[in-house]
Ligand binder design. Structure first.
Ligand code: BTN
Length: 350
């Protein structure tokens, strides 16, 4: 359970609600938006009743439903209601409340359990569901990573998130999509966590002080040179303890909670992360990002200047990592001084 700050026991009259989004139609999301906007203060029951066009008893039973879903909502006879804490388990109304206006651009699906959120997005795209949209799950039974690996996805407390897009543009325009997302997600996580010690290990890992915090997996279907569907998945260790992972992984992994020393508000984090990914996608579709990517990469490059070993199929190269080129290749400075462009493979820091 993560908590919300406690404020003076002040009652809020009518908090400002930004322009109407689809989520406003759901009374639970509406109540939660009002409570979030007012936080850490209270919202009076009569204001909620008036806004929702329901009786105060109706408001109380709505609040009761949210409590049963795991939200901590404090009530005071004189002051009204206040959001005091949230569970790790996904709560769609709370996620929609945090999404604010972004809900208009992106539908969200939450699950208690799926095989893989990337697979679920793939099915929704195949069924013609309007894109973009996001799928989140509390647990994945067959979470997958890069190079055919398993992504261990224990229940509750982590983010397993995938977004589905239909870009319909030439593949070359999206060749740096994962790196661009990595750069922006890293910048966002640094701000969210208040630390500069988060970096990106080319091409798809987010690291904190040498330990893996998140992994990204992009999958696309291409039809005669143009990308028809694009799936971007991210697994982020948030409120779990690394002892929940198999021993072999636990040593090399870290979670946001262990960095911060306190529980993270996972709904706020997920909603903001979805926004970052949607913006990153729009950037890739509308601009030439080569220069921004190369210069931005130097800020977040986890490998910069480090001695590394790269396994590309049966070949192994070692040298010093020296940034990326405009096509997103990793530049490896070999011992003989030549620079080799690496398109893919397994990277090990020596
Ligand atoms: C990696 O580090 O190899 C990439 C890991 C990607 C994991 C995420 S979790 C959400 C989405 N669903 C999956 O099955 N995989 C991605």
């Amino acid at each position: 359970m993560s908590t919300y700050p406690t404020g003076k026991r002040k009652k809020i009259g009518t908090p400002k609600i930004a322009s109407k989004s689809k989520s406003d139609k759901d009374p639970s999301s509406y109540v939660l938006r009002m409570l979030l906007n007012a936080s850490p203060y209270y919202v009076s029951g009569s204001v909620l009743a008036q806004k929702l066009k329901m009786s105060r008893v109706g408001v109380w039973s709505r609040i009761d439903k949210l409590r049963k879903a795991g939200l901590t909502i404090e009530a005071s006879q004189n002051l009204g209601y206040r959001l005091a804490g949230e569970p790790n388990a996904l709560n769609l109304p709370l996620l929609n409340a945090w999404m604010k206006d972004n809900k208009k651009f992106c539908d969200i699906f939450t699950h208690d359990e799926v095989d893989s959120t990337n697979s679920e997005v793939e099915r929704l795209l195949a069924n013609g569901f309007k894109s973009p949209f996001a799928v989140l799950s509390n647990e994945q039974k067959k979470g997958r990573g890069r190079l055919g690996r398993i992504w261990h996805s224990p229940k509750g407390g982590n983010i397993y998130l995938s977004l589905g897009f239909r870009p319909n543009i030439q593949a070359i325009h999206l060749r740096n999509f994962t790196l661009w997302q990595g750069l922006n997600i890293c910048r966002f996580l640094r701000l969210f966590m208040g630390t500069e010690n988060i970096g990106v290990k080319w091409p798809n890992d987010i690291y904190y002080e040498g330990k893996k915090l998140a992994g990204m997996l992009t999958e696309a279907s291409i039809d005669s040179e143009s990308i028809k569907t694009l799936i971007f998945g991210i697994g982020l260790n948030v409120n779990t303890h690394t002892r929940q992972f198999p021993k072999s992984i636990a040593k090399y992994s870290i979670s946001m909670q262990s960095i911060k020393g306190e529980q993270i508000r996972i709904h706020e984090l997920a909603a903001k992360l979805i926004k970052v990914i949607l913006t990153g996608y729009k950037d890739c579709m509308s601009k030439n990002l080569e220069k921004d990517l190369i210069s931005g990469w130097t800020e977040v490059d986890e490998l910069s200047g480090k001695k590394i070993k790269v396994q590309c199929g049966k070949e192994i190269f070692s040298g010093n990592a020296s940034g990326i080129d405009k096509n997103g290749n990793l530049l490896l400075k070999l011992r003989n001084g030549r620079v080799r462009k690496i398109h893919g493979g397994e990277i090990e820091i020596l």
